[in-house]
Design a protein around this ligand. Structure first.
Ligand code: UDP
Length: 460
């Protein structure tokens, strides 16, 4: 049998590592050897999260045992930032990666026995290197395909004076990239959500360069989406091949999380009535001020439903502090965990709805489990995803901020209650889940595209 060895390269952020790890496990099952390249910083976080989980393994049933790490070889490289520098500063991080990693990668490619490289489109410079080394290459796009389609139109946006040569917004409002495609608010083009000029320019340049490299140096561009979710986009941009949504397959694998997953919530979830629990989580990046945190806690209290809330310790600018007496008043009605086993939580029959920041992975995970959304986008493409959820797929509602930019406890409580009682949205969520499930199943479009991707990576 021919030897196939994939080197998988994510952009070093949690929402990029998780779906590429799912794809890695898929390649593994298709007979590939897989090496997964993290930055040293993330590598240590993942190992330490795994060690913590192993310590608590007593909480796990056999079915939940983590897959052994040896199956996928985890390798690491410096990211170019000094210890203690802020890895959430995406401008600095992106610039440092491109300055430092190519030299290490060149070495790795020279000394490894790789046959193909699958890289995040945001790391597209690595695809050029892999191509030059004679390897098969694929670019992976972890967000909405509509955003990638918009990036392909950057020259036209500059020509139409919607943006300047440096990506700066010249014209505010909605743009229709193609009739029939969902309009995008120009403020939601990913580089425009950064306030400082350096980060905006760096992310804009990344968008321009990435797509150019991906087109020139890859066999295939795959996206973690489904033809059922973004049909007009794939008609307009047939070079993007939807292969998702990728989910943790066969209920076991969970390599690649930066925080240890707290499984203690399952015994609590098992005690809750079906369709009763509000699941609240904002991904790996979003940060709220303490005033907003307080309103969220009080909103959940006021709603009167059981809730499971993922509260990262770094998710509040003022530190996490709940309103006085909150935890005592809530008692067993609510649970907080630092990092939830989200995909399994969303598949639990007790979950009624998902209060979400609408990151693309969270969106896909909610969709695949037929869970209605209460949308609380924080930045970047999350606003585009919110529009999909509420206006196009009609599987959720928006939370609206007051004049001070705060989403009040009354707004949270009333929308939670409204959403949970909304039969139409619930039915739409189930219908969309079934459609998407069919596209992933044998003979479906995502299934076929995934097979083509594997074939392209196996070709010699
Ligand atoms: N996630 C998780 N536990 C949590 C919160 C998030 O496992 O408590 C996972 C979630 O399932 C998703 C990823 O982290 O796969 C977050 O990606 P997303 O694109 O939704 O948001 P980002 O972190 O990029 O803002």
């Amino acid at each position: 049998m021919a030897h196939h060895h994939a080197l998988v390269i994510p952009y070093p952020a949690q929402g990029h590592v998780i779906p590429l790890m799912e794809l890695s496990f898929f390649l593994l099952r298709k007979g590939f050897k897989v090496s997964f390249l993290n930055t040293e910083f993330n590598h240590h976080r993942i190992l330490s999260a795994m060690a913590d989980e192993a310590k608590n393994r007593v909480q796990l049933t056999e079915e939940e045992e983590p897959e052994s790490a040896e199956e996928i070889r985890l390798i690491a490289m410096p990211d170019g930032l000094a210890p203690g520098e802020d890895r959430n500063d995406l401008g600095r991080l992106t610039e440092a990666l491109a300055a430092v990693m190519p030299e290490y990668l060149e070495d790795l490619l020279r000394n490894g026995d790789f046959t193909c490289v699958v890289a995040d489109l945001n790391m597209a410079w690595s695809l050029e290197m892999a191509k030059k080394a004679g390897l098969r290459t694929a670019a992976f796009w972890p967000a909405a395909a509509t955003l990638l389609a918009a990036m392909t139109c950057i020259p036209k946006l500059i020509e139409d004076e919607v943006i300047g040569e440096d990506g700066r917004l010249k014209r505010k409002g909605r743009i229709e990239i193609r009739p029939g495609m969902y309009p995008i608010d120009t403020a939601h083009l990913c580089w425009n959500c950064f306030a400082d000029a350096f980060t905006r320019r760096t992310i804009f340049n990344l968008a321009v360069d990435s797509f150019r490299s991906a087109k020139s140096f890859t066999e295939i561009i795959v996206s973690n989406s489904s033809g059922e979710l973004e049909k007009p986009v794939f008609a307009f941009a047939p070079f993007i091949s939807p292969i998702g949504p990728l989910l943790r397959s066969e209920g076991k694998k969970r390599l690649g999380h930066f925080w240890p997953q707290d499984n203690s919530c399952f015994s609590w979830l098992d005690r809750q009535p079906p369709n009763s629990v509000v699941y609240v989580a904002f991904g790996s990046f979003a940060v709220f001020n303490s005033c907003q945190y307080r309103e969220l806690a009080l909103g959940l209290e006021l709603a009167g439903l059981p809730f499971l809330w993922a509260v990262r310790s770094d998710s509040s600018s003022g530190g996490i502090s709940y309103p006085a007496g909150f935890l005592e008043r809530i008692g067993d009605r609510g649970r907080t965990v630092e990092w939830a086993p989200q995909q399994r939580v969303l598949g639990h029959p007790a979950i009624a709805c998902f209060v979400s920041h609408c990151g693309w992975n969270s969106t896909m995970e909610g969709v695949r489990n037929g869970v209605p959304f209460l949308c609380w986008p924080y930045f970047a493409d999350q606003f585009i995803n919110e529009r999909y959820i509420c206006d196009d797929w009609k599987i959720g509602m928006k939370l609206v901020a007051d004049d001070n930019g705060i989403i009040s406890r009354e707004e949270i409580s009333s929308k939670v209650k409204k959403l949970v009682g909304d039969e139409k949205i619930t039915a739409n969520s189930v219908e969309l889940m079934e459609k998407v499930e069919r596209s992933i199943g044998k003979g479906g479009s995502s299934y076929e595209n995934l097979s083509k991707f594997v074939e392209a990576m196996k070709r010699v």
